[in-house]
Design a protein around this ligand. Sequence first.
Ligand code: SAH
Length: 262
Amino acid sequence: MYIKAKKSLGQNFLIDRNILEQIVDTVDVANKEILEIGPGSGNLTTYILKKNPKKIHVIEKDNDLALLLKEKFNNEIHIINDDVLKISENDISDEKLTVFGNLPYNISTEILSKWIINLSKNFWFENLVLMFQKEVADRIVAQCNTSKYGRLSILSNWKLNIKKIIDIKPESFSPRPKIDSSLLLFTPRLNFFEIDSAKNLEMITRIFFSQRRKMLKKPFNQIFKDSKKVSEKFDIDLNLRPQNLEPDVYFNLVKEYESLRG
Ligand code: SAH
């Protein structure tokens, strides 16, 4: 069947065999329960199946592609013809999933943020192997004290360990995207920092990073009544800039904010 890629659904299908091979080899697949997001025409699905998984669930929003997948794989895979943003990831299986996703670039950060925010300490996955636009991947993996470090790095570091696997050129896709891509591997950070509400983390990092060139004094005064006391408690030099604080410092500040507000 001929399929015309739909731009609105971010359809760039992977066609490079070496890359498809490398993606499935990132983690153990044999006997694992797999979730694939946006399988498209099933290129990656075929490579996953070759590695003898226990079961594969796929979530594909495009009705035409869902039909095509049904024809191609019959009962070999469980097809969920729905929007990944509407599915509650905790309900897909009782087993911990290994997740693959050549995600549609326009919603990749939204998917990742939603998963992180909803994530409880009984992680619903073992690994996430996800493709991002390179520029977004660079922000996710960015270390403290670098220019790309920011809200997305802090949020991702909160509950996940992150590793870059490979960069992928536009030629590996059809149609070719205009940008480079990167594949990231995420694993659970089992003892992640507990805060009352992810909203407070989002709010506090927004205040800091909307003025990323300013010294910490200003956002501190906006967030805390007695900013001197808080900065002394955590030994923070208020002449530094937001990018100089490690993720854990932000989590401590959120906790402090929550306890001061009682
Ligand atoms: N994984 C395939 C296709 C990647 S393109 C490959 O590598 O060849 C992205 C895929 O995500 C497309 O199949 C697109 O239809 C699907 N998609 C886009 N938005 C989606 C959403 N909200 N929920 C589920 N799937 C989505």
